[in-house]
Design a protein around this ligand. Structure first.
Ligand code: 5GP
Ligand code: ZN
Length: 143
């Protein structure tokens, strides 16, 4: 896509700190990191949503992101890493070329996800799971 900044990064029209590249994916450092080494793994093909990324590419994104996370731990002594993907504006997606964040984490890095814990009413959990299961199974069966 001509005006997409991540497509421009892949083409080399915008400079980036490249970490990895192969036939399907490109990985580079996020310009505004949560912690130093915070990387982004993107498909070379432009997709806005994770839902349209072909299975092989999606698998490669996950594999590369995990290996980048392991490299961050081994090289810089981070304790752990988060993989994060914002799919859609309401989820926090700002750049409309799907990207998997690899965020190196330390026990005392001072960063916290603002993660709340709601409760379900009686029966609500089973109802939602059942409705979702029907849609997901039909979707993945190609109906
Ligand atoms: P999102 O909020 O869409 O999940 O994440 C987009 C990420 O892309 C942000 O963390 C932001 O810092 C990063 N980003 C945006 N523009 C550029 C850029 O031109 N170069 C690099 N390296 N990262 C960028
Ligand atoms: Zn793009």
């Amino acid at each position: 896509m001509a005006e997409c900044i991540f497509c421009k990064i892949i083409k080399g029209d915008i400079p980036s700190a490249k970490v990895y590249e192969d036939d399907l994916v490109y990985a580079f450092l996020d310009i505004s990191p949560i912690n130093h080494g915070h990387a982004l793994v993107i498909p070379k093909e432009h997709h806005e949503s994770s839902a349209t990324v072909p299975e092989e590419t999606a698998g490669r994104m996950f594999r590369v992101a995990s290996r980048v996370g392991v490299a961050l731990k081994r090289k810089y002594d981070w304790d752990a890493f988060n993989l994060h993907l914002a799919d859609g504006t309401a989820a926090g997606q700002v750049v409309n070329h799907v990207h998997l964040h690899v965020v190196p984490r330390g026990v005392e890095d001072g960063f916290r996800w603002n993660w709340r814990q709601l409760k379900y009413e009686d029966g609500q959990m089973a109802e939602i799971a059942g409705e979702l299961a029907a849609r997901v199974n039909a979707d993945l069966a190609g109906k």
